[in-house]
Design a protein around this ligand. Structure first.
Ligand code: 0PR
Length: 388
């Protein structure tokens, strides 16, 4: 195939025309996303590190030291003084690494070859990918009428094939926090790996707790917790792709390491080979810049907006699925179904999503959604209600 060069201006114009078709966070219409506009400072730093490849970290020793610092800072945030882990592309990759560590550890030290994972029905679909990739068996724990995890189910389903239990700190659909301290006790007593998926909640629960919110323990302070997923590219305000996996013990990284003989580093534990140093640099920069104070202020603002939306919906006669614990509101109309309501909202320009368990409209109150946007949304919901 032959193709001729095109002038920069023309290329940029062409790309701009494509980009115009994208929804923009700033318009406040994206209501079902866990991502948001990254902080301008983290974008600036990200651009400075675009060429740094952590996949061959001996060539980028400085950037590798940055990654180590981020791991240390995130460890401290999650009550672990000496954590091990990596900055990865996001929650999916982190969850896959965690289950791979659990699987390999159980294979090496317990001789388990056909492993089972006990996980809540509310777990993110990335676990389905992990389970499929590693040919594991999933045992799904149900929830009660309030969508709380059935702890007895977990206890009753532990077997000599269980390689891991998974708990969620901020479920994707409802933002609920599983009873991680109970899971930790079960895991510790039975010597089973416990992975906590705090991809969503990791950058808000610790800060909200500091501000007096009554939220449960979920981190390494619980001795049964083996690893935690936390995503800087959600409420951490780092650019996509920035996820993180943290392990309590170095052995968990060692059991997933493969030889990379011709590289400057002779072992590699991450799934991805060539890997952006920019994500690590931008995450460190934004964490240092905002500090605990900056994240606390933002986490509280998100909860204020959550409460405002929740109360306004109730006033308009909409029905909440659960009392929000974090910044997600899930609701239904008393008469029409969630899909119907979703399409009526889409016609008015609101990009909402319908959750599957339970079936409901789900709004994630991310940083780009301001109170004024919510006021406009309520006006539209009121009008929808009046025309039914
Ligand atoms: N774990 C939890 C609890 C999650 O909520 C998510 C993502 C993941 C893991 C996976 O993270 P990555 O997507 O970073 O791999 N939850 C969101 C979701 O599936 C991701 C998302 C973000 C979806 C923005 C849409 C969107 O516009 O809903």
């Amino acid at each position: 195939m032959e193709y001729n060069p095109i002038a920069k201006e023309e290329i940029l114009k062409n790309l701009e025309n494509f980009q115009k078709k994208d929804y923009k966070y700033e318009d406040g219409r994206i209501l079902g996303s866990m991502c948001t506009s990254a902080h301008p400072f983290s974008k600036e730093v990200f651009n400075n590190f675009l060429d740094s490849n952590l996949g061959d970290s001996g060539l980028f020793k400085g950037t590798k030291a940055i990654e180590d610092e981020v791991i240390k800072s995130l460890g401290l945030l999650l009550s672990c003084k000496n954590p091990h882990g990596n900055i990865v592309t996001g929650g999916s990759e982190a969850n896959i690494m965690a289950l791979r560590a659990a699987r390999n550890y159980a294979r090496k030290y317990k001789n388990i070859t056909d492993g089972e994972v006990i996980l809540p029905k509310s777990a993110h679909f990335s676990f389905k990918k992990a389970i499929d990739l590693m040919d594991l068996k999933a045992i799904e724990a149900d929830t009660d009428d309030n969508f709380n995890l059935d702890i007895d189910f977990i206890k009753n389903n532990i077997s000599d094939k269980t390689i891991a239990i998974v708990g969620i700190a901020g479920t994707t659909e409802l933002g609920l926090i599983d009873p991680i301290s109970e899971l930790s006790k079960i895991a510790f007593e039975n010597d089973i790996y416990l992975h906590v998926d705090a991809a969503f909640g990791g950058f808000s629960i610790p800060f909200l707790k500091n501000c007096g919110y009554d939220l449960p323990e979920f981190d390494f302070s619980l001795k049964g917790v083996s690893s935690i997923t936390i995503d800087p590219h959600k409420m951490g305000l780092a650019p996509i792709p920035s996820g993180c996996i943290l392990f309590r013990k170095k052995e968990y990284l060692d059991v997933i390491a493969v030889d990379s003989p011709y590289l400057t580093t002779k072992k590699q534990s991450t799934l991805v080979g060539t890997r952006l140093g920019a994500s690590a640099a931008a995450t460190l920069a934004i964490m240092d810049y905002l500090g605990g104070e900056g994240y606390e202020k933002r986490a509280v603002e998100l909860m204020d907006n959550t409460n405002f939306l929740k109360e306004s919906l109730v006033n308009e006669g909409y029905i909440l699925t659960v009392e929000p614990q974090l910044n997600i509101v899930s609701f239904n109309h008393p008469k029409i179904g969630a899909d119907d309501l979703c399409s009526k909202l889409k016609k008015k320009g609101w990009m909402v999503s319908v959750s599957s368990y339970p079936i409901a409209i789900r709004i994630v109150l991310m940083n780009h959604i301001k109170k004024s946007h919510l006021e406009e949304l309520i006006v539209d919901l009121k009008e929808i209600n009046e025309n039914i």
